[in-house]
Write a protein of this length. Sequence first.
Length: 353
Amino acid sequence: MNKYAKRYFIDALGGMAQGLFASLLIGTIIKTLGQQLLRLSTNAAFSFLVDAGNFCTDAHVVGAAMAVGIGFAMSVHPLVLFSLAAVGSAANVTGGAGGPLAVLIIAIAAAELGSLVSKKTKVDIIVTPLVTILAGALLTVLTAKWIGLAASKFGNLIIWATTLRPFLMGILISVIVGVVLTLPISSAAICAALGLTGLAGGAAVAGCSAQMVGFAIMSFRENRWGGLLSQGLGTSMLQMPNIVKNPKIWIGPTLASAITGPLATCLFKMEMNGAAVSSGMGTCGLVGQIGVVTGWFTPSEVAVGHGASAIAPSAFDWIGLILICFVLPGVLSWGFGLFLRRIGWIKEGDLTL
């Protein structure tokens, strides 16, 4: 059971997130950069950036990238892996707003079915792609629309609840998504599957940033600058072995996320209206923050579907982004960490990578 849980909920989700990053996310960044530069000058190079971004963010391309990422993470045979491109493309388009979840489920099933026949016949080059694609296509026709609809509805429910109860939901989303980011599970893939944008997306960015910046600052005396960069711009997942040894080290960043989450939703009204995958990225490569900024100028299709529109960010918006994502997580986690060290809950070396 542990083997399959890791294969489907850790490896596959992680592969899906990488596929999203290499298509939708990077494409959105490229397109937004081109659009902003075109405001300054009508230049063919800037138009090319917009075109390149559009190529990357096409639903067919994104679906194929996710499915291939899932197959690669599951270590399937190359013929199965390449066949998943067609499966992912179909599932993502048919799944609509909830397409990423449809891709996850259908790609896993198609990969396993294709693997059952892989290298079992003398005409493997025909049989393996045939089984993988037909199985994926059949599952897409039968289930993708409903899986996507369910994911979209659940995501909409979270977004609606956050708008209705921003304080409570700000705490819950920030803490839960932040914790998931530090666990060996892909918070980015989950946020993408649910289409988490708006205030809910902002709370998710706050929670993820609190974990990453929090651990980076709290462990600075042990890990110095290398640890600051690897955790603050990489991933707080690096602390998982230490968390297993002493779960109390998780208290500081988690409490910080419980504070920054509602501040993001109630005080600064920080919305993440870029690609939904950015909600679960935190400060990893500054993707979460880029998603917020991108959403200000060119909201994603998912965000527009939730009622978002382009805005001209004020100084208050920029200050809120910096405080929520960098300053407060660092200060709060440092303070909590100092207290925990003084009472003996965190000992020297507990945070060493």
